[in-house]
Design a protein around this ligand. Structure first.
Ligand code: ADP
Ligand code: ZN
Ligand code: ZN
Length: 803
């Protein structure tokens, strides 16, 4: 009898392998790799969800195998490409296989485990569990149950006074709707009509219609649209009377609204050359990686669209990733406009149901083009003809939690399966990608001009050390305010960027110097004026703004720093008639928040779009002629070797928002470091010079792309424990490395304490360490042992965040 090998959905080292199960005869045809099953697991034999990994002839397991309890899917939810991709991903990122499998699927397909208790004897009158029973979902043990209550449940269970059940439910259901169809003949309907009372207006209305079109069928909306004045209740009554029959049909929750179809543009010569190179490789079936380096507004997107069209014409599919889709609704619209009805979107802004339905449309081949954020790298497309990673330098393509993958690596891996080209596109490619193009691993394509008459913006650096500032408003130079005023007079629009990375609005006591900090983390709390509260951006802690200093009780406490709200107020005071739209974490928290703001700005309902990093990305508004950067410097001073690269990218990207149509754009960058090369070269929009300069610095410092990096971090509730452990790890690891490897640290992480956990870390820089990966696998296994309880280990390959 065949044996099923199942990956159980418990993300832990002990369960990070397939478990053998017997396949009952009646399930034999259904148990194939990639389907979800329920299997009894653990000593208590509670059902857990799992994935069939493979089916084998025999088991090495000595005891009697338990049988698979249920098969959840008629067809596999993961095909063989996805299963081997998961295996690769798990190895590559030091992750549990189950975490990789889950990452590839919409959360709707994950199991929801519920624990309930059932009483066998009555509870004592004062038993604290009574509170749980009185709730609507009586007996449900909530995930966030207090330890006292949990202990009480355990006690009663041991006394046989209650039992605990485990239930599994799916998170999201397939959405169904009612379809009403006529089922009698015209003659029959006419006959009924004659015996119907003349004051039964609604029924007569329906019968008149049915007499003429008895086979009409559709959902409520189509009926009500077809038969004027018909009421919904009449349809249900007609079913009861046997005039209509009702069936249910599956419907998709569709997140996209229809947009106007667009025609391809006539490509400019550089665009045409790039396009030719790409489709040539596509036609030959080569998994070539292209780096499309094109200045902002040079028409990279038009090249993507034409390449996707070429794939569709050849009967293939296309996958395009964008950094954070909710920030780039314009991009989605452009893709949709070119491929009406063929596009599915996948991103975190969708509801669980919408995501599931988009996933199914892709999986069934009903959508041939997918646009999505990072996780859409796993979109269940088959027969892929082209894959695109737009703004390839963006750090949001790297996932910070397990599995810590980079979407770029996933696309390149999938390209091997489908023998298709990948386009990495950016005005400011990451140094890693640009260096690979230099070595010939990627093929470099360049777009150096904007199409037609559109000019690159003129960029001015404003030296904040020299310049006159608006009285009392230390954030704004007179020059920038004058430019804003000018745009207001000309009815043109402006975009203002407040560079918030590593910068926030905090509260400081002017008497004792105390800064109000989060009680759980080593970080100051950020002032949010809308809600009059202080929030921790790391653990979510929130408190009211104090009226006096908690340390010295002075009332002389003030806010410092520059938040978007503060800048908004300042500008409003200086230019009372100006209409400002603010785009930051506060105004975009609600679903669709970004999109609403972008639409309003596009419809000219505001003169200024003021925001954080979010305003730098991918927006294309014809009337924006001014871009102002309020503080270019804040991201320069971060203790991260990529600080210059990030600053250069941000300044170049945001400058690119100016002058997109036929109007000349101007950019003003306020800075205290006007001679800094990242600021200078961003102002000159000179990526190549920046690349050369920065590569020199990376070479000297021994940083990527000259070295690979791995970050090893350990955290624990007690600081001394975390310190001890990281030294232990270093001592164990060092002898396994060659002399060429460089170990930085151990050091405390910049923000050492988050959520009352202390973080210590090591960074390994290396060029070639054949034994390193094996050693790290061993380390991960060692850290799971009983003696290491309370520690968390994190191994991050090519980390993008060092803080
Ligand atoms: P990028 O993706 O490089 O930022 P876009 O593709 O958004 O550039 O192009 C910038 C602007 O130029 C857009 O408004 C686009 O419609 C226009 N454009 C791009 N290619 C052409 C072309 N070949 N002819 C005319 N206009 C073009
Ligand atoms: Zn004080
Ligand atoms: Zn906190």
């Amino acid at each position: 009898m065949a044996v099923a090998q199942v990956i159980i959905d418990i993300p832990a080292q002990q369960t990070n392998r397939p478990f053998d199960y017997e396949i009952p005869e009646d399930l034999a045809a259904l148990v194939v790799p990639g389907v979800r099953v329920l299997v009894p697991f653990g000593r208590a034999g509670h059902l857990r969800q799992g994935f069939i990994w493979c089916v084998v002839a025999n088991s090495d397991f000595q005891g009697k195998l338990k049988p698979v309890a249920r098969v959840l899917d008629l067809d596999p939810v993961l095909n063989s490409e996805m299963l081997s991709l998961a295996e690769w991903l798990a190895q590559e990122t030091f992750s549990f296989l189950i975490s990789c499998l889950q990452t590839m699927l919409p959360s709707a397909l994950r199991a929801n485990y519920q624990r309930r208790f059932q009483l066998r004897t009555a509870l004592a009158a004062d038993d604290p569990l009574k509170a749980l029973l009185d709730r609507d979902d009586g007996g449900l043990i909530p995930d966030n149950i207090s330890t006292e209550l949990l202990a009480e449940i355990k006690r009663l269970e041991q006394n046989d006074q209650l039992t605990i059940d485990y239930q599994i439910s799916q998170k999201t259901k397939i959405k169904q709707e009612k379809i009403f169809s006529g089922q009698l003949s015209s003659a029959k309907y006419q006959e009924i009509r004659q015996t119907t009372r003349s004051n039964a207006k609604q029924q007569l209305l329906l019968l008149d219609f049915l007499s003429s079109q008895q086979s009409f069928s559709g959902n409520t909306t189509t009926w009500l649209a077809k038969v004027t004045d018909l009421k919904m209740s009449t349809l249900s009554q007609a079913v009861k009377k046997g005039w209509l029959k009702v069936t249910t049909a599956e419907v998709y929750r569709q997140p996209l609204t229809a947009v106007r179809a667009t025609e391809p543009k006539r490509l400019m010569p550089e665009q045409q050359d790039a396009f030719n190179a790409i489709v040539d490789q596509m036609d030959q079936g080569n998994a070539t990686t292209f780096l499309l380096e094109g200045v902002t507004g040079s028409g990279k997107t038009e090249v993507y669209l034409d390449a996707m069209q070429h794939a569709l014409t050849a009967g293939k599919t296309a996958l395009m990733l964008v950094p954070e889709i909710s920030l780039t609704p314009q991009m989605v619209e452009r893709v949709q406009g070119r491929f009406p009805g063929k596009v599915a979107v996948l991103h975190s802004g969708l509801s669980g149901g919408e995501r599931y339905d988009e996933w199914r449309r892709i999986e069934r081949g009903e959508a041939q083009v997918v646009v999505g954020a990072r996780s859409a790298a796993f979109a269940p497309l088959t027969n892929i003809g082209i894959m695109i990673l737009d703004e390839e330098h963006e750090s949001s393509y790297k996932q910070e939690d397990m599995p810590r993958y980079h979407a770029r690596d996933v696309l390149l891996k999938r390209a091997e399966t489908y023998h298709c080209p990948v386009i990495l596109g950016s005005a400011t490619p990451s140094l890693e990608s640009r260096a690979r193009a230099q070595k010939g691993l990627y093929q470099l394509l360049r777009l150096t001009k904007r199409p037609n008459t559109i000019q690159m913006p003129q960029v001015n650096i404003v030296d904040m050390r020299q310049v006159e500032k608006v009285a009392g408003k230390s954030d704004l130079s007179l020059q920038l305010v004058e430019q804003l005023r000018l745009r207001l007079q000309r009815h043109e629009q402006s975009v203002l960027l407040l560079n918030r990375r590593g910068y926030a609005n905090f509260i400081l006591c002017r008497d004792c110097g105390n800064v109000i900090k989060c009680p759980n983390c080593d970080i100051s709390l950020t002032l949010h004026r809308d809600s009059h509260s202080l929030k921790c951006h790391y653990c979510g802690h929130q408190e009211a703004v104090p009226t006096e200093c908690p340390q010295c009780h002075s009332q002389n406490i003030r806010s410092y720093g520059s938040g978007t709200q503060k800048v908004e107020r300042e500008i409003q005071e200086l230019l009372p008639t100006v209409r400002i739209l603010r785009m930051d974490v506060d105004t975009t928290a609600r679903k669709g928040g970004h999109e609403r703001i972008i639409k309003q700005f596009g419809a000219h309902q505001a003169d200024i779009l003021l925001g954080t990093q979010m305003v730098a990305k991918g927006l294309d508004f014809p009337d924006v002629t001014l871009v102002g950067v309020i503080n270019a410097d804040t991201s320069l001073s971060l203790p991260d070797f990529r600080a210059s690269e990030r600053t250069f990218q941000l300044l170049t990207q945001v400058s690119g928002r100016a002058g997109r149509a036929d109007k000349q754009g101007e950019v003003f960058i306020q800075t205290y470091n006007p001679e800094n090369y990242a600021v200078q070269l961003a102002a000159a929009q000179n990526y190549e010079a920046f690349y050369q300069k920065e590569m020199g610095i990376r070479h000297q410092g021994g940083y990527p792309p000259y070295y690979y990096t791995i970050l090893i971090s350990v955290n624990h509730r007690q600081e001394d424990q975390a310190v001890q452990k990281i030294y232990q790890i270093q001592n164990w690891l060092q002898p396994q490395l060659s002399d060429a490897a460089i170990v930085l640290g151990p050091t405390a992480r910049m923000i050492t304490r988050i959520n009352n956990q202390y973080y210590y870390q090591l960074i390994i820089k290396y060029k070639s360490e054949p034994r390193l990966l094996k050693a790290l696998q061993t380390l991960i296994i060692k850290m799971q042992s009983k003696t290491n309880q309370g520690f968390q280990l994190r191994v991050d390959r090519e980390p993008l965040q060092f803080m």
